[in-house]
Design a protein around this ligand. Structure first.
Ligand code: HEM
Length: 400
């Protein structure tokens, strides 16, 4: 491990984790007012159906204009355009689906600079899409609002902003994954113990926030939010030379694109998932993460020796290591419960926004981790107890 490297070399904040180091920008510079205006009116343009005609009137900035934007400006332009594009595609009632050149060209131009796929990702939907109501107040769901939205609907805002709050709480864990690896490098057992304890605390705080989801987003209304973040299937990007008029298919926005859990697993040096469609999907989701965060996960994957060291040189910390795994699985199991109540019970469509058969996929991931990630594995009976306990928690949360 290169001890000269710092979290900020991966655009990771010491305090806020994968949220931007500076709060996101809320308005573009002079000359780009048309984009802020269109973005701010998006809910009304969708509601009236005018989006399909009005979008064709948007100016098409030359590609080099995007290179002239600074980092925060470019992120805001991406937030705006990637939302507008999804709204445009999902407002079409019948195929063949297409994106007019006025949106397709800017989206592809920015996606090339950011090196991501040309579709709304989690980092535009969530990481860079919030502002504080009280600028001196905390990054907590109650003090946040969205910059860009598809609907004037408090359920949608709450859904996204709970993610932002969770990302903030993950900050403590992310910096301690880094500290854990440094402690191992230096053979500091006491420092490793503290880092693992902090990772546990961080995931517990994430769970506390996750439990607040039903307070503001109900299972009955969530389903309408989903429409706007679904995947693209055979969509033509008009006027984009490299696609040559051929229809494109891309996965939609999903929490699977957060860097939190992939970093946790890489940082704790958890055994890799089996080479199956589950592992493939999660790897593929990296193509929708900010490039620097992708590099962070890869760096931890290549360098972390936390698990090996715990086993060989600090066996008294196996309990703490396994507690990190247990807390991760608790979070993911509550999440599976939400997927059941918010989606599975509301629709016959078995596909997640990222195009997975999500119930099998999410449950499979928990089971596989249960079998592989603990240093001291739990039994089948422990697993049943664990899932029953979480089921009870979720049922109580949803019933409130
Ligand atoms: C009502 C709340 C939520 C529902 C209904 C929900 C639903 C889903 C679904 C259906 C998938 C599979 C999607 C696919 O890729 O096709 C998924 C994946 C995922 N979501 Fe959520 N989600 C919710 C909240 C959250 C929150 C708050 C987070 C926190 C960042 C999150 C993180 C994830 C992760 C990490 C995955 C990938 C699964 C894994 O790694 O095991 N989700 N979600």
């Amino acid at each position: 491990m290169n001890t000269e490297l710092k979290l900020s070399d991966f655009d990771v904040s010491y305090v806020k984790g994968f949220l931007p180091i500076e709060d996101p920008l809320v308005a573009l510079p002079h000359g780009w007012e048309f984009l802020d205006q269109f973005g701010n009116n998006l809910p009304e343009l969708i509601e009236s159906g005018k989006i399909l005609t009005e979008a064709k009137l948007l100016p098409i900035p030359p590609d080099e204009y995007f290179r002239g934007l600074n980092k925060r400006e470019l992120q805001l332009a991406w937030v705006r355009y990637s939302h507008i594009q999804s709204a445009y595609v999902h407002s079409q009632k019948v195929g063949p689906f297409s994106i007019c050149i006025n949106i397709a060209k800017p989206v592809v131009a920015i996606s090339k600079i950011l090196r991501v796929r040309p579709i709304l990702p989690y980092f535009a939907y969530t990481l860079n899409n919030w502002k504080r109501k009280n600028s001196g107040g905390p990054i907590k769901v109650d003090n946040l609002e969205l910059i860009q939205t598809f609907m004037r609907d408090s359920d949608q805002a709450w859904f996204n902003l709970i993610h932002v709050d969770i990302e903030y709480e993950a900050g403590l864990g992310v910096r301690n994954l880094w500290e854990a690896q440094l402690s191992v490098e230096m053979g500091h057992v006491v420092a490793l113990e503290q880092a693992l304890l902090n990772v546990i605390e961080s995931i517990k705080n994430m769970i506390t926030v996750m439990k607040r989801m039903p307070e503001g987003t109900s299972p009955e209304t969530y389903y309408k939010i989903r429409t706007w973040i679904m995947f693209f299937e055979n969509v033509i990007y008009e006027g984009v030379d490299e696609f040559d008029g051929k229809p494109q298919t891309f996965p939609g926005q999903t929490g699977a694109q957060t860097s939190i859990f992939q970093s946790l697993e890489a940082g704790l040096q958890m055994p890799k998932l089996e080479e199956n469609r589950l592992a493939f999907h999660l790897m593929d989701m990296r193509n929708h993460m900010p490039e620097d965060h992708r590099r962070f996960i890869e760096y931890l994957e290549a360098n972390s020796r936390v698990r090996d060291f715990t086993i060989s040189s600090a066996p008294h910390l196996i309990g703490q290591y396994d507690e990190c795994v247990d807390q991760e699985l608790t979070f993911l199991a509550i999440h599976l419960g939400y997927a059941f109540y918010y989606i599975h019970k509301q629709t016959d469509n078995p596909k997640g926004t990222g195009k997975t058969d999500f119930m099998d996929y999410l449950a499979g991931r928990i089971k596989e981790r249960w079998e592989r990630a603990f240093i001291k594995p739990g039994s089948e009976a422990d697993f049943k107890l664990f899932t029953n306990n979480v089921r009870k928690i979720v049922t109580e949360l949803i019933a409130v």
